[in-house]
Design a protein around this ligand. Structure first.
Ligand code: GCU
Length: 332
């Protein structure tokens, strides 16, 4: 991280020189995400803004760009790397192309309950391990937001794993998600989150997979009337900061942003369950049927993925083993 800190200090010193003799302006901190303002991630970021502006409102102004206003996740992560945007929430699936460690969260059925997954992603040691190469990555994970459990939803009912065959599903980025669809026997196409509505509308895909919020917030329930609880994946949205930005500011400020991220996480987690309940209710009003299936059957089908991914992506080994140990320790 030394090189980044050095470059950043040079940039910062230049800025201070430029403003010498004038009134020092506030640093504008931009946050981007792809969700609606009612989404728990946005509520979390409001708490982040509140924390920072209460502590250092004379020096920082936080601006939040919701709803893809700054571009897709795939574009914004590049803006984070270049320091143009300072913070974002981004699914670990979208981080896999930048650092293969994040692929661990794309593995199916990694945790036997949401409670264990939540314990894992809020463990500071896990965040630290993900942050190990943050100079090379260009982004630094500060906290994780839960994104619940992902299941399939489609225009026709999926009642067993066989019903996935021959159907085409939209998936998030990353090779692991592609492998997962291969083991499920489904066809896949990687599409950016904000484009999924159009893809469903134009019959480019037969369905997608996500938590229940996507049915309502993203209006996918207009086209997909069947949501199947196969519960194949739990992958968080990471709250990441631009490494270039974080290493250009005084260490106490970096620390303040870390604390703000934890405040955001608390609020996000606090909102999650209720927003899922509300989304389910609204989805039912839209005509969506929720189907319970034999999860075991889905789990068995994709079992060979572990050996395959661990062989081809040894970078996940350490986190994978920790996740398994967590599961063993806390599973009932
Ligand atoms: C979830 C997640 C988003 C992600 C999206 C997706 O909604 O919270 O961060 O982008 O899934 O499927 O792309």
């Amino acid at each position: 991280m030394k090189i980044i800190r050095y470059i950043s200090l040079v940039i910062l010193s230049a800025l201070i020189l430029c403003t010498a003799g004038t009134v020092q302006a506030k640093t504008v901190v931009a946050i981007a995400h792809t969700h609606e303002e009612s989404h728990p991630d946005h509520q979390g970021f409001l708490a982040f803004k509140d924390y920072v502006e209460k502590k250092a409102g004379d020096r920082y102004e936080v601006q939040i760009y919701a709803n893809n206003a700054s571009g897709s996740n795939e574009d914004v992560i590049d803006l984070i790397k270049s320091g143009t945007i300072q913070f974002m929430a981004i699914s670990t699936a979208n981080l896999e192309p930048h650092n293969k460690k994040y692929a661990v969260f794309s593995l199916p059925y990694l945790f036997s309950s949401e409670e264990i997954y939540e314990k894992f992603i809020t463990d500071p040691a896990i965040i630290e391990e993900l942050a190990e190469e943050n100079d090379k990555d260009g982004f630094t994970p500060l906290a994780a937001f839960t994104a619940g459990t992902r299941s399939f939803y489609a225009k026709t009912p999926i009642k067993s794993v066989k019903d996935l065959e021959g159907k085409r599903f939209r998936i998030q980025s990353g090779k692991t998600n592609k492998d997962l669809m291969y083991y499920f026997g489904a066809n896949d196409i990687t599409i950016s989150f904000g484009e999924v509505y159009k893809a469903l509308k134009n019959n480019i895909v037969d369905g997608a997979e996500n938590n229940e919020l996507a049915l309502v917030d993203q209006k996918h329930g207009e086209f997909c009337k069947y949501y199947t609880y196969d519960r194949h994946q739990m992958c968080p949205d990471m709250l990441v900061g631009s490494s270039l930005f974080l290493y250009s500011i005084p260490e106490e400020d970096f620390d303040m942003f870390k604390k703000a991220a934890i405040e955001a996480q608390k609020v996000e987690f606090g909102r999650w369950k209720k927003s899922i309940e509300d989304a389910k209710k609204k989805a039912k009003e839209m005509g969506v049927t929720f189907i319970d299936v034999d999860v075991h059957e889905f789990q068995e089908k994709v079992k060979p993925i572990y050996e395959d991914v661990l062989k081809n992506n040894p970078q996940i080994k350490s986190l994978y083993e920790k996740a398994r140990a967590f599961d063993k320790k806390y599973a009932k």
